[in-house]
Write a new protein. Sequence first.
Length: 183
Amino acid sequence: MISQSSRHCTVELQALPSRIGQVRRIVSAQLRYWHLDPLIEEAALGVTELLTNVHRHAQPDKICTVEIELLRDHLTVSVHDHDPRMPTVRSADPFATNGRGLAMIAAVSESWGVRPEGDAGKTVWFTLPAKPSSAAAPARPAYGTKAAAAQPSGPCLRKRPALVRTDGRAAYPRTAARSPVAS
């Protein structure tokens, strides 16, 4: 499911490598839509690291929810998964190819943390400072006008909701026009 309000975007997915790249592109596009281009690099890096952690470590499943929210002068990016185990920052061997994700998030973000959700899992989050001048909402036509109906509402909202299949690929409901005809 993909949902959005003017300053909030939520994407539910299965954290598979192919989906991680898609979510990174959705986050980047949403930040461009909110005129927060200077935050794209750090937000994309952070969401990639958090989703990679879900893919590598989360149990019993890889289903997670990514949220980005702009409040006042801070962008918060969070990932919720169903694994109640808390992540830890590790000291990675200098030649290791992994183990630095949370340390990188700590380095590029203003703050970060983990919120336990009991048996429902946990939420790992980080914040980035957003300058008030760059955080202005995009100009939109008045609600109820033809111009408002034609106005795109950002990359986070799709006309047809994406359904998550067990293999992680998007699945769309069949319409009667697409259904095979029984013989």
